[in-house]
Design a protein around this ligand. Sequence first.
Ligand code: NAP
Length: 329
Amino acid sequence: MKVAVVGATGMVGEVMLKVLAERNFPVTELIPVASERSIGKTITYKGNDFKVVGLETAVSMQPDIALFSAGGETSLEWAPRFAEVGTTVVDNSSAWRMDPTKKLVVPEINANELTKADKIIANPNCSTIQLVMALNPLHKTYKMKRVVVSTYQSVSGTGVKAVRQLENEIAGVDGEMAYPYPIGRNALPHCDVFEDNGYTKEEMKLAREPQKIMSDRTFSVSATAVRIPTAGGHSESVNVEFENDFDLADVRKLLHETPGVVVQDNTDTNTYPMPIFAHEKDEVFVGRIRRDETQPNTLNMWIVADNLRKGAATNTVQIAEYLIENSLV
Ligand SMILES: NC(=O)c1ccc[n+]([C@@H]2O[C@H](COP(=O)([O-])OP(=O)(O)OC[C@H]3O[C@@H](n4cnc5c(N)ncnc54)[C@H](OP(=O)(O)O)[C@@H]3O)[C@@H](O)[C@H]2O)c1
């Protein structure tokens, strides 16, 4: 496969290259792509050096697959240009996610929707992916009515600039700010921009994307997204009301048997998911599983995953693997 990685110099792009190498993705030709600023820079893949090229050059090379993580505007303009020359694009930005003509895919849940005609495929938001990975098996069994989620999101979710802001603050150095306030020793109830309804765009992604991925509009999601000074992954406190009652042991068993999900849940041994353990892992970790004692058929849990891995690069590469395995590309 001739593979273009668009945004190869960014946080997600770097992890994308790592994941492609680790999983031995069948790359015969790698095309690293970034902005004009980075053209000619060298990136290393499997011990070999590659020069970063611009988007125009990359399109002219007609890759089989392009893995995009270069922001929404780049995707809106350039994903169709790649699709026109026959490239299948898997896009990490929010540009195409809610477009009814595009599939929004978490491979463990809905890769079977993909066909050869899908030339632009959307990767869900990082906090959505880890949420639906845990919710999907429970919804199938107990039928969800309403989900209330509060996120505790890593600075790596904002990109290179935000990680640098936190590092500068820790080192006591003045530098460029990615956020309107300091992030060290702080919590910002502000992920992405505010919309007219008072929610942030990140919160509305969490409200809308799960329904599309799970092809079900009978449940609703209400979200509060908060940025905290961690780097290893996003955490989520999740309250789920079901139509049917559940047994806690069955819930743990269901999650334990779900591919890609790991249950870490033992209060006797202080075992619960944390970003420092999820960092650089591909799985979604679930713990603090307990009954909400204030209303019937309601569960509380805590979900953690590396936002750059399953929340972005790993999910994207898994989509690309599915396309190859099923001769869709
Ligand atoms: N971070 C996460 O957890 C996460 C999770 C899921 C999805 N995403 C999405 O993935 C995308 C990238 O996020 P990130 O965190 O990796 O950001 P980042 O660290 O800021 O990296 C951005 C990348 O995009 C490239 N780029 C920017 N403008 C470009 C342009 N006009 N043409 C070509 N390349 C351009 C940059 O190239 P230069 O180095 O040349 O500037 C860089 O490689 C965003 O759409 C984000 O929403 C991020």
